[in-house]
Design a protein. Structure first.
Ligand code: PAF
Length: 280
């Protein structure tokens, strides 16, 4: 595995490989790699000749009072995980190599970035789209892999690739969960053992909501019940509960065949997101 820090260096290496007809898979991450990330790497390795993993805690997707400073950065662990999973290139850029002094060009989705997580995190998706488009230009992947835990991010990146003619297949990969049902997340390290157990109630509530959806219950009743169940999780505070069309994130209607039920919940002071896709 080759570790590369400079964007130009990765670009050159990938250009040479693509000239030889190799396919390239990109797994963009912020590190603190866990089983969720490993599932993305495995998928990329199985579908492409070359796999690139980027590990970069992107400052421009964090709001002023968010956890940029505190976000875990276990670099040695991340290197080991990538090596063990047959990654070919680990891209470790720095703020200096990625954002020049006059950096002033941003990518923003004028519709999808304003809803759900975008309400309380207004600059988040602009930061995500900007860094992901930079990574797309640097790694020039054939395919790029995103975890479906960040469902809104997946839909926004897919739309960005379409809107901006990136010739890249954006692939969403199933959420990987702890045994308890808690969705894997680098931010779970902020949770105490007790809070982790409590937070597993979020997934249980989502499963129940899915069951009700499949039974044909009205969306407003499903939402009401879900709210009640999530509020029963100790120390929980709901940021949002949203039922949306799983393709375009429009507000879901009772006639919709495929709906994503997405939640953002604070457990203590840790903000967690999770979702479940329900199909009729
Ligand atoms: O999902 C993440 O970890 C990040 O938002 C991403 C896609 C790597 C961009 O920084």
């Amino acid at each position: 595995m080759k570790i590369i820090k400079k964007p130009e260096e990765l670009q050159k290496a990938i250009e040479a490989l693509k000239k030889k007809g190799k396919t390239v898979g990109l797994v963009p991450t912020m590190g603190a790699l866990h089983a969720g990330h490993i599932s993305l790497m495995k998928k990329s390795v199985s579908q492409n000749d070359i796999t690139v993993v980027s590990v970069y805690v992107n400052p421009i997707q964090f709001g002023p009072n968010e956890d940029y400073e505190r976000y875990p950065r276990p670099v040695e662990h991340d290197i080991k995980v990538c090596k063990e999973n047959k990654v070919d290139f680990l891209f470790l850029p720095t703020n200096e190599t990625l954002y020049n002094d006059n950096f002033s060009t941003y990518i923003y989705n004028n519709k999808l970035a304003k809803i759900m997580c975008g309400v309380t995190r207004p600059i988040h998706f602009q930061g995500v789209c900007t860094v992901v488009s930079k990574l797309f230009n640097i790694a020039m992947p054939t395919r790029a892999y995103f975890g479906l835990k960040d469902y809104q991010q997946y839909v926004i990146v897919k739309q960005m690739a379409k809107d901006l003619n990136f010739n890249i297949k954006v692939i969403g990969c199933a959420i990987v969960r702890e045994k308890s049902g808690l969705a894997m997340s680098s931010r779970n390290t902020y949770l105490s053992q007790q809070a982790k157990q409590d937070a597993a109630g979020i997934y249980k509530s989502l499963c129940l909501a899915k069951q009700q959806f499949c039974e044909g219950k009205k969306l407003k009743d499903i939402k009401k019940k879900l709210e009640k169940n999530i509020l029963a999780v100790a120390e929980s505070k709901i940021d949002y509960i949203e039922l949306r069309n799983s393709e375009n994130l429009d507000l879901a209607a009772d006639k919709d065949k495929s709906v994503v039920i997405a939640v953002a919940v604070k457990v203590g002071n840790v903000r967690l997101i999770d979702n479940i896709v329900c199909k009729k």
